[in-house]
Design a protein around this ligand. Structure first.
Ligand code: E4P
Length: 224
């Protein structure tokens, strides 16, 4: 499983990558707007922070030509291990095909149906990003959509990966992981929740108490 962080907040990225096996960072126009900073300096700071991990950055152009220009600017001004996120609009599919021809790495985004994912995969994209929580909010069963996409890619021998996105709780993350997606992108809050359990904390406290009762407070194995 590839874990990506769905944020443009540098402190959160730094903290998360120190602790967890992060494969990269995903952004979209909404996520970058939250930082209230100039766009390219922000993206370059993220690149510097994550090194050669993946950075997924989204085009904002409406036409294929504009999307291609956005992609070129991202490549020139940010670069590195960059994935160009393109929404699955008609102009977007056109841009995906052209970007792949030109050698870009591409993530098809804003996916709500298996059909959109299959079309994007046939454009040659590297990742498809279905929006789990947004699908759940229209009673569309995000996990079933992921299940269908992974099945379709397997049946049609397509190498495109599924990068499940848009999560509001841990259950959604567990469900899509079981449905066979290869990657997930989650906000920092969800990532930390995924890692924790109150009973784990209680267990660790009990170990400490038992250990200290016999070997002394603050004693460590390395200084016995
Ligand atoms: C991925 O990068 C998507 O843009 C993102 O996960 C959407 O999440 P949201 O539905 O919480 O806005």
């Amino acid at each position: 499983m590839l874990y990506l962080l769905d944020t443009a907040n540098l402190d959160e990225i730094q903290k998360a990558q120190e602790t967890f096996p992060l494969a990269g960072v995903t952004t979209n126009p909404t996520i970058v707007s939250h930082e209230r900073r100039e766009f390219f300096p922000l993206l370059r700071d993220i690149r510097a922070c994550i090194g050669d991990r993946m950075l997924h950055a989204q085009v904002v152009g409406k036409t294929c030509a504009e999307m291609l220009k956005d992609a070129q600017a991202l490549q020139e001004k940010v670069g590195g291990n960059l994935y160009i996120k393109v929404p699955v609009s008609p102009q977007g599919y056109m841009a995906m095909r052209e970007l792949k021809k030109q050698g870009y790495k591409v993530t098809a985004t804003a996916i709500y149906t298996p059909g959109q994912a299959l079309l994007a995969a046939n454009c040659g994209v590297d990742f498809t990003a279905p929006y789990i929580n947004r699908i759940d909010n229209i009673s569309g069963m995000g996990v079933n959509v992921v299940q269908m996409i992974t099945t379709l890619f397997r049946l049609h021998s397509l190498p495109t990966k599924v990068l499940a996105a848009s999560f509001k709780n841990i259950q959604q993350v567990n469900d899509v992981s079981l449905a066979g997606c290869q990657a997930i992108t989650i906000g920092p809050d969800i990532l930390w929740k995924l890692a924790e359990h109150p009973l784990t904390d209680m267990s660790i406290d009990q170990f400490d108490q038992d250990w200290e009762g016999v070997y002394g407070k603050g004693k460590r194995i390395y200084n016995l």
